[in-house]
Design a protein around this ligand. Structure first.
Ligand code: ZN
Length: 145
């Protein structure tokens, strides 16, 4: 499952303190009409919720991190799920001691400060759908309407 696309424009901006990191990034992509893209961000959060996918149980286990953390790295992509631009992102977070931890970015991660850039990709689309072998909503062939 792949597409070959061209790099388009880049949207750069800053989120507000108190924003939900995943929801705010998703809102930016939807407002900008990004249907396929690449995402990166850095900054800090007041708290975080990150997931680890249990490959035996086929479900996410979430870790709630109730402390200020640096966003050392956030990488993600934008594709379509049920026709809507959807963000999939992973974060590496750093604590006050400089330790790194992270995972699949989940709702409930509260921004302290965040600078992002979204690279818009043109000439193709990727659609998320149920993928039985993993239980994940992965990129699948688009079903005929
Ligand atoms: Zn993930």
């Amino acid at each position: 499952m792949r597409v070959r696309v061209a790099t388009g424009e880049v949207v750069m901006g800053r989120l507000e303190r108190g924003d939900d990191l995943l929801e705010a990034l998703t809102a930016v992509c939807r407002a900008e009409g990004v249907r396929l893209g690449r995402l990166e961000a850095l900054g800090a959060v007041e708290r975080a919720v990150v997931g680890f996918y249990d490959q035996d149980g086929l479900g996410y286990r979430y870790h709630e991190l109730d402390e200020p953390l640096e966003i050392l790295v956030l990488v993600g992509n934008v594709s379509l799920r049920d026709g809507q631009p959807t963000v999939h992102a992973h974060v590496v977070l750093g604590d006050a001691e400089g330790r790194a931890l992270g995972g699949h970015l989940a709702p409930g991660t509260r921004v302290f400060a965040c600078e992002y850039s979204v690279e818009i990709l043109e000439g193709g689309e990727l659609h998320r759908g149920a993928h039985e072998p993993t239980g994940l909503p992965l990129w699948v062939r688009k079903h005929p309407a």
